[in-house]
Design a binder for this molecule. Structure first.
Ligand code: PRP
Length: 206
């Protein structure tokens, strides 16, 4: 039986629908309860519902064979897994944003709020820009509004949050989408099953 780590929430539901259409449906997935594990012995799959930021951790440590995770999280965590397929859903951009009237002073250390500390360090490191990072876990857009930082590094999907909070995108530097990943040992020993799943999932990409 193949264990699949799915991100809880909207992306997870979309991915589950693709997997179900590919022949890996699992009774009870949409029942409104708090179960975190669903099994389909007929289809030889077990689903684990985990926090989106934990998917790659489960896969890397072999608690799951495969998983679906945003590229933003893979970049941030530098996970040691195989990235097999771009599912072309959950699309967004990694951006730098700042208050609408912001003008950068290049002589000062740039203060950056983000959930993506490693992504931000790499981005500004490549430009030799001195930065100070304030790590937040959500509602990042508040930081520059309150004067806590100059800019944010965050994902932008519709742009709604940026707009509602009177920020502007200064730069988009990475396209993000959901990726099908596999544990390296699983990919070696369950290669046929995982490859088959990858191909069937690929057929569901619109
Ligand atoms: C993400 C991200 C932005 C928002 C962007 O936050 O950090 O705040 O979505 O989406 P938009 O461009 O469509 O408005 P999320 O909803 O994951 O919540 P969080 O603030 O708890 O991180």
């Amino acid at each position: 039986m193949l264990t699949i780590a799915l991100p809880k929430g909207r992306l997870g539901d979309k991915v589950y629908d693709m997997l179900a259409a590919a022949g890996y449906d699992c009774p009870g997935y949409y029942d409104k309860n708090r179960k975190l594990v669903f099994e389909s012995p007929e289809n030889n799959v077990r689903y684990l519902l985990v926090k989106p930021s934990d998917v790659a951790i489960y896969v890397e440590h072999h608690a799951a064979d495969v998983g679906i995770v945003g590229k933003d999280i893979l970049l941030e965590q530098g996970s040691d897994v195989y990235e097999l397929l771009d599912l072309k859903i959950g699309k967004c951009r990694m951006c730098v944003a700042a208050p609408e009237d912001y003008v950068e002073d290049k002589d000062r250390t740039l203060r950056v709020a983000t959930k993506y500390v490693n992504v931000a360090k790499e981005f500004y490191g490549g430009r030799n820009r001195a930065i100070e990072i304030i790590k937040l876990n959500g509602s990042i857009e508040l930081a520059p509004i309150l004067g806590l930082t100059d800019v944010i590094v965050d994902i932008v999907e519709t742009g709604g949050t940026i707009k509602e909070n009177h920020l502007k995108v200064i730069e988009e530097f990475k396209d993000i989408s959901a990726r099908f990943i596999a544990n390296k040992t699983s990919f070696k020993f369950e290669n046929e099953i995982i490859t088959d799943m990858m191909n069937k999932l690929g057929e569901q990409i619109k």
